[in-house]
Design a protein around this ligand. Structure first.
Ligand code: UDP
Length: 324
């Protein structure tokens, strides 16, 4: 089987490409290298069955040619990170909505199974913990740019599921919760690579707000494993699944763990939100996935906890590679 991975040179996409190659499949990675990086897949160049094509997922002719050459599609290409969303909302919405529309139309034309990666952001400001797939979606006001990403991804989900309902196109939606591991950059605001970088440099670790907000971090290899197992599962079609890890940690606790792992040299500095972000930002207080649904369908159980995640990110930052 040859797979198309859009966003294949991104952080998660590059790990997915590697996993598929390890499984003996062929991979065509499509990436415009806007937030993806060639360095993420440089080690895959030259491996039999791997090809990187540099183009945008919003170009219909390019996507059509790629889809034709492949038997199934993982659609990961997207604008990423809260910072980019707040700073470039037009580009964010266009990439997400137009790109997904193009990919879905091509998949529909050639009847290729497609897995759409969505985001826990679509749960918006919900305070029903843990978040379940059939919960109501409560996004913030449209005047707050921060929700543009969630709104666009939600439209992607509706569009993908509409193709399933109208034409039985085999689509699966995976709502990814905070995903971490080697090759993730802190450039777009992601907290763990930022904290690790700050801790290693002996600089203050920057906790936004009071640090009591929580997240559940999943190792990228656990996430990729779920995606591979979902795409061909007959009972996953037309369904939405949370993908993540249930272990909840506050951002302040996270900062303390990173500080301790670096020998306690860094101070922990709390920064008010309005200094941390340009206007148009709102944080989520708690974000915890219910994993009941995916557990029931494929027996999914994340195998790597926060200790392993931090160990791998530190290994990479120290130049040891990581990725166990
Ligand atoms: N955060 C922080 N310091 C940083 C970067 C992020 O305290 O240097 C916080 C951010 O405000 C949020 C959490 O860490 O509460 C996770 O942020 P991230 O951007 O990684 O992902 P999000 O879950 O917000 O999409």
């Amino acid at each position: 089987m040859r797979y198309l991975v859009t966003g294949g040179a991104g952080f998660i996409g590059s790990h997915l490409c590697e996993r598929l190659l390890d499984d003996g499949s062929e991979v065509l990675a499509l990436d415009d290298l806007s937030t993806g990086r060639f360095a993420n897949v440089a080690h895959l160049e030259g491996r039999p069955g791997f090809e990187l094509r540099v183009a945008s997922v919003t170009q219909p002719e390019v996507v059509e040619a790629c889809v034709l050459e492949c038997g199934a599609v993982f659609h990961l290409a997207s604008a990423v990170g809260v910072r980019l969303v707040v700073d470039e909302p037009v580009k964010t919405i266009e990439t997400i909505v137009n790109g997904t529309d193009v990919v879905l139309r091509c998949c529909a034309r050639y009847r290729r199974p497609m897995l759409l990666t969505s985001t826990s952001e679509v749960y918006g400001k919900s305070d029903r913990i843990p978040f379940r797939e059939d919960d109501d979606v409560v996004l913030g006001p449209t005047t707050t740019r921060r929700w543009a990403y969630a709104g666009a991804k939600m439209l992607d989900e509706f569009l993908a599921l509409a193709h399933w309902h109208e034409a039985r196109l085999p689509v699966v939606v995976a709502r990814l919760f905070n995903t971490v591991g080697p090759r993730q950059t802190g450039r777009y605001g992601m907290v763990i690579p930022r904290f690790v970088q700050q801790g290693m440099a002996g600089e203050p670790i920057t906790v936004y707000g009071d640090g009591r907000q929580t997240r559940c971090f999943a190792h990228v290899l656990d996430v990729v494993d779920a995606l591979v197992r979902l795409i061909h599962h007959p009972d996953a079609r037309g369904q939405v699944f949370n993908v993540g890890n249930g272990e909840e940690v506050s951002i302040l606790q996270l900062a303390e763990r990173v500080r301790d792992l670096t020998g306690g040299r860094s101070a922990i500095r709390t920064i008010p939100y309005d200094e941390a972000y340009t206007s148009g930002f709102e944080d989520m207080v708690r974000r915890v996935p219910s994993l009941d649904k995916i557990r029931r369908l494929i027996g999914y159980e994340p195998t790597r906890g926060l200790d392993q995640i931090l160990a791998d990110v530190f290994d990479e930052a120290r130049g040891a590679g990581g990725g166990s």
